[in-house]
Design a protein around this ligand. Structure first.
Ligand code: ATP
Length: 704
């Protein structure tokens, strides 16, 4: 059998070491009142992990230890052991025999042992709980507890059934999951509130930082354009300046050469100038002489003219023509316009004189001129002509050389002047480039850079021309200025706020996932609990029907979910219908809203219903029927029943005995009874007596 034996020593009235073997399916413990029978059930309850002394009918732990009598000394320690055959593997341990021992001494020191190894009480309680055994379960019905099920509240009944079905574990999980869900929801709300708190500030920080990020991009663009632009400009200026000096040197050399050539030409010119022949003066003197000669001739020819009117020489046509011819030759030889004009004037005057003289003169007077003097005069005139021709030709030669030399000097001067102009232009150009350089240096200084920084730069490689680059630089600078300086503190704050936001967002995602998982878990657990509970409740009621018929010979009893819940849930219109017509909610089933179990009973031949109107015996019968209906869906390996049959009459006690026998195949019974019919059903009968020394003793009365 599963339950093998119970050993007691010093436990309550069992002062001496006592062993109860349980060889059969039903062990009945019998004996007079106060002999110590219930101390045996107390011992089993104690071994299953009962903590409360009052549940062991004592005020304190000391009460568990044999107190001593006049004839027998008290004990210092109480101990008990329960032996189980675990060859079926009922307990999840490799031991074939499981021995639970418990010990308490008068110092209050209490110890548990599993197969001699000390264990914590909690571990022992868990060990039994996993096997659906416990000090308060349906496997222990103590004295006066026979109608425990009837006396329980609806919720206690429900919990009893849940425990019996092994749903406790799921309920605990469900409660834990519910608590976790509440915590998760709370934390989720908290995290969401924190995010909501952070977000407006974060948005403004992000805006600011993104402006600065754009600032970096713009600053980089500006720098690139500056590099390209200024490199180009610096290169232009440097190359421009470099070109000046060789050009200037070349010009200077050319000018120097021209100047030395000019000097030579000027010297030559001076030489020519001083070599001016006297011909000019000679010619002048010669002409004066001729004029005098002419005047003398005129005077000579005028003497023979009568009536006081001098005859003009010009009235002599031969002389006149000669005179005009000479003047015309002089006109041809004249070098200047003035000379020419003067000669022509003389010719005009001469002709006018002749015209005027025509009226007064008489050709006869002219013929009277001394021909000899005229010949002389003519000879002198001819020699003067010869001399004049010679001087004239000499003068003409000089003038030609003089003019040419002067022209060379002047042309050299022009050349020099032209080069000087060029030089001036070059100097002007250089000044302009130098000015550009200083302007560029100013610009560079304004952006804290130096001309030299760009001296070795590669130069402009931008697709922009200079004008475009200048405009772009101006726009970029204006834009950068409008953005203000980067505030490192704000950047840091933005980073930290981002981190915090990301952390919270991650937390929210985790919590949402956890919350969803928990809801699924809760739903699964809820479904499992309700499904198993409702299925079991249906089976229990089926069994209960047959037990009620067996015990009462008719009538009807039913365990059903409380109506208030059914009504409430029907109004809500949600939930799952169960066998009895009640409905359970799907989620968040708080204890107070969970429907408890009511007992409906109708006894045969009786009109009135309800538990309150049942007799003591009827209560016992109904309790036994319900107990067996309950254990029928999950039979415990053993069941300790202390005087549950006390109120039964002979006939009902016999029915009870039959019931035990029917169930003894699956469940081992330890029954404290005064009832003969029950005793007859037992496989083994222990008699408990109390001797004169106040210690209980066991007498084995019957072995099956
Ligand atoms: P009934 O048939 O009337 O229910 P019972 O056989 O079940 O009686 P118990 O209640 O088991 O009797 O035993 C009670 C007896 O055990 C009492 O006489 C009580 O004095 C004795 N007893 C209880 N605790 C101690 C203890 N610590 N030391 C000595 N005797 C004790």
């Amino acid at each position: 059998m599963f339950l093998q034996k119970l050993e007691l020593q010093g436990f309550k009235s069992f002062a001496n070491k006592t062993v109860l073997d349980f060889p059969g399916g039903i062990a009945a413990v019998v004996g007079p009142n106060g002999s110590g029978k219930s101390n045996i059930t107390d011992a089993i309850r104690w071994l299953l992990g009962e903590r409360e002394a009052k549940n062991l009918r004592g005020g304190k732990n000391d009460d568990l230890i044999f107190a001593g009598t006049e004839k027998k000394a008290r004990m210092g320690m109480a101990q008990a052991s329960l032996y189980f055959d675990n060859s079926s593997g009922f307990f999840p341990t490799e031991f074939k025999e499981v021995v639970i021992s418990r010990r308490v001494d008068r110092d209050g020191d209490s110890k548990f042992f599993l197969n001699q190894s000390e264990m914590r009480m909690k571990d022992i309680v868990d060990f039994f709980a996993k096997a659906k055994l416990g000090a308060r379960g349906l496997n222990m019905i103590g004295q006066g507890e026979s109608d425990m099920i009837l006396k329980s509240t609806p919720l206690e009944r429900r919990e009893l059934i849940e425990e019996l079905l092994g749903l406790k574990e799921y309920l605990l999980k469900k409660n834990a999951a519910s608590r976790e869900l509440k915590n998760t929801s709370f934390n989720l709300e908290k995290a969401r509130a924190q995010v909501a708190e952070i977000e407006p500030h974060l948005r403004s920080l992000r805006r600011q930082v993104s402006r600065w990020t754009k600032r970096d991009i713009l600053a980089e663009e500006l720098r690139q354009i500056e590099n390209s632009y200024f490199s180009g400009r610096v290169r232009q200026i440097t190359e421009g300046l470099r070109a000046f000096d060789p050009e200037m040197e070349k010009l200077d050399a050319e000018i120097a050469k021209l100047k030395s050539e000019q000097k030579i030409l000027e010297a030559e010119f001076k030489k020519i100038e001083v070599s001016e022949p006297k011909a000019k003066k000679e010619l002048e003197a010669l002409r004066n002489k001729r004029r005098e000669l002419f005047n003398a001739k005129m005077a000579a020819s005028a003497a023979p003219v009568v009536a006081g009117k001098p005859a003009a020489p010009e009235t002599d046509p031969k002389l006149l023509f000669k005179e005009i011819k000479e003047l015309a030759e002089a006109a041809l030889a004249s070098e200047t316009e003035d000379d020419l004009k003067a000669v022509l004037k003389k010719i005009v005057n001469l002709i006018e004189d002749v015209e005027n003289a025509d009226e007064a003169s008489a050709p006869a007077a002219v013929q009277e001129i001394d021909n000899g003097k005229l010949v002389e005069f003519n000879r002198l005139m001819d020699s003067l002509d010869e001399e004049e021709k010679r001087y004239q030709s000499e003068l003409d030669g000089f003038n030609k050389v003089f003019r040419e030399s002067l022209r060379s000097v002047e042309s050299k001067k022009d050349e020099i002047e032209e080069l000087d102009d060029k030089k001036q232009q070059l100097i002007f150009k250089k000044d302009k480039v130098l000015f550009q350089k200083s302007e560029l240096e100013n610009q560079l200084r304004a952006i804290s850079r130096k001309f030299e920084d760009f001296a070795s730069a590669a130069g402009a490689d931008s697709s922009m021309d200079e004008r475009q680059a200048e405009q772009r630089m101006m726009r970029l600078r204006a834009e950068l200025a409008s953005m203000g300086d980067v505030d490192e503190a704000i950047i840091k704050e933005a980073e930290e706020t981002e981190k915090r936001h990301a952390f919270l967002a991650g937390q929210i995602a985790d919590l949402e996932k956890a919350s969803a998982d928990l809801k699924i878990l809760l739903k699964d657990l809820d479904f499992k609990i309700r499904h198993e509970f409702n299925t079991a409740l249906g089976k229990i009621n089926d069994e209960l029907q047959s037990f009620v018929k067996l015990m009462f010979g008719g009538g009807r009893a039913e365990l059903k979910l409380e109506n208030r819940q059914a009504l409430k849930l029907a109004a809500v219109g949600d939930g799952v219908a169960v066998g009895t017509g009640a409905v359970l909610p799907v989620e968040e089933e708080a204890d107070e809203t969970r429907p408890g179990i009511e007992i409906d009973v109708v006894l045969p031949k009786k009109k009135i219903k309800g538990l309150e109107v049942l007799s003591g015996g009827e209560r016992s019968l109904l309790s036994i029927a319900i107990l067996f209906a309950l254990i029928s869906i999950s039979p415990p390996p053993f069941l300790v029943l202390d005087e549950v049959d006390a109120a039964l009459d002979e006939r009902n006690a016999r029915r009870f005995g039959e019931l035990l026998k029917n169930y003894a195949r699956e469940t081992q019974f330890v029954i404290v009874t005064h009832n003969r019919a029950t005793m007859e059903a037992a496989d083994v009968l222990y008699g408990v007596t109390m001797g004169d020394d106040g210690a209980s003793r066991i007498v084995s009365l019957k072995l099956s």
